[in-house]
Design a protein around this ligand. Structure first.
Ligand SMILES: C[S@@+](CC[C@H](N)C(=O)[O-])C[C@H]1O[C@@H](n2cnc3c(N)ncnc32)[C@H](O)[C@@H]1O
Length: 324
C-alpha cells in the first residue's frame, strides 16, 4: 500500500518539481534541496496532507462535489463551471508560481492560453523554464525573476492566479488591491491558499481538537516515521523561530478573507479546512497510510469538517470577478 502511495507521490513530484516554500535565497535553497533529493532517489516519507490521496479527494469533494484525485482539481474545475465560455483565459498573471507546475497544468488543460509567472527564486525560475520546455509549453509561459507587485503592468490581465503564495505577502490587503488593479474590467481573481491564523498561531479550540485526536493514537504512530523518535504533540510553532526560518511564512494570512470580501464584493469562497489535516496529521500521516488505517484518517477528516462548520479553517479557494 505504502509503495503505491510513494510511487504516486514520486510521479507527482517528477511532474511538478514543486518546492513547498517561498522568497529569494530562502526559496532557492528549498528548490535546490528538493531537486537534489529527487535526483538522489532519497526515500520518501509521506508526512504532509498534500501527499495523501484521501485528503486531496476530501478537499476536492468539499469544493466541487467530486472527489478528484489530483491536487487543486476542484479549484480548477470551478473556473470552468463559472466561466467556461471564456476559456481559455487569454492573459494570466501568477504570483509566486514557483516552478510553475500548477500553471502548466492549467495551460495543458485549456484553462489558460498564456501565463506571466512572477517568482523571486532564481532556482525555481531555472527549473520552471526547463519543465515548461519538457512539456512543450515554453511559448505559453513566461517566467519573470521579479517581484510581481512592482513589475506587472496594470489593467492588463484576464485573470490573476494565486496558489499558496498570497499567504507569503507581507501586506495581504495590499496584494489583493494590486490583484484588482492588474485585472482588466471583468478580469478574474483565482485563489487557492492558506488563509488561517497569521504565523500559524492556531486557536485554543483547534489545538484542543487536535490534541484529543492525537493522544488517542497508538503510541507507535506518535513516532517520527524516519528516526522513530517520539513526536511532540500538536502545538503552535514559535513565531520567532518561524520568522527566522522564513520571514514571509503566513505573515499576514488572517487578513486575506476579510480583505477579499471588501475588494471583490461578489467573491465566492469555499473553506477547505486544514484545522486537523494540516496540524495533527503531520508526520503521523505516514503511519496511517502504511497501515491502511482508513478509520483513523476518516475520523481526522470528520473533525476537520467539524472545525470548518465552526468557521475555523486553514485553507480556502476563491473565485471573483472585477466588477467595473
Ligand atoms: C509556497 S511557494 C508556492 C509556490 C507555488 N505557487 C506552488 O504552489 O507550488 C511561494 C512562492 O512565492 C514566491 N514569492 C514570494 N513573494 C513573491 C513576490 N513578491 N513576487 C514573486 N514571487 C514571490 C517565493 O519565492 C516562493 O517560490
Amino acid at each position: 500500500m505504502l509503495d503505491a502511495w510513494r510511487s504516486r507521490w514520486q510521479r507527482i513530484l517528477a511532474w511538478t518539481r514543486r518546492g513547498e516554500v517561498a522568497a529569494g535565497a530562502h526559496w532557492s535553497r528549498q528548490y535546490r534541496a528538493h531537486a537534489e533529493a529527487l535526483a538522489a532517489g532519497s526515500p520518501v516519507y509521506l508526512r504532509r496532507w498534500w501527499q495523501a490521496e484521501p485528503v486531496v479527494r476530501h478537499i476536492n469533494a468539499r469544493i466541487c462535489g467530486t472527489a478528484h484525485t489530483e491536487g487543486h482539481a476542484g479549484f480548477h474545475e470551478g473556473i470552468g463551471t463559472r466561466w467556461g465560455a471564456r476559456l481559455p483565459l487569454e492573459r494570466v498573471v501568477s504570483v509566486g508560481g514557483g516552478t510553475g507546475g500548477k500553471e502548466l497544468h492549467c495551460l495543458a488543460r485549456g484553462l489558460f492560453q498564456h501565463v506571466d509567472l512572477y517568482e523571486l527564486s532564481h532556482d525555481a525560475v531555472t527549473q520552471g523554464r526547463a519543465l515548461a520546455q519538457a512539456h512543450g509549453l515554453q511559448e505559453r509561459i513566461r517566467f519573470h525573476l521579479a517581484d510581481a507587485l512592482t513589475a506587472a503592468p496594470r489593467r492588463h490581465y484576464d485573470a490573476v492566479y494565486w496558489n499558496n503564495a498570497l499567504h507569503h505577502m507581507p501586506d495581504t490587503p495590499a496584494a489583493i488591491a494590486w490583484s484588482h488593479d492588474v485585472l482588466r474590467p471583468g478580469g478574474l481573481f483565482l485563489m487557492d491558499d492558506y488563509v488561517g491564523a497569521s504565523r500559524f498561531q492556531w486557536s485554543e479550540r483547534m489545538l484542543a481538537v487536535n490534541r484529543e485526536w492525537w493522544r488517542a493514537l497508538p503510541e507507535p504512530y506518535r513516532r517520527d516515521p524516519e528516526s522513530n523518535l517520539a513526536l511532540p504533540e500538536p502545538r503552535r510553532p514559535d513565531p520567532r523561530a518561524l520568522m527566522a526560518s522564513d520571514p514571509s511564512e503566513a505573515a499576514d494570512s488572517e487578513r486575506i478573507l476579510p480583505a477579499l470580501r471588501r475588494r471583490f464584493p461578489g467573491v465566492e469562497i469555499v473553506l477547505t479546512g486544514g484545522g486537523v489535516y494540516h496540524v495533527g496529521l503531520n508526520d503521523v500521516l505516514h503511519h496511517l497510510l502504511e497501515h491502511g488505517d482508513d478509520t483513523r484518517l476518516a475520523a481526522a477528516l470528520a473533525l476537520d469538517d467539524q472545525l470548518v462548520a465552526e468557521g475555523e479553517t486553514h485553507y480556502a479557494v476563491a473565485w471573483a470577478q472585477r466588477a467595473d
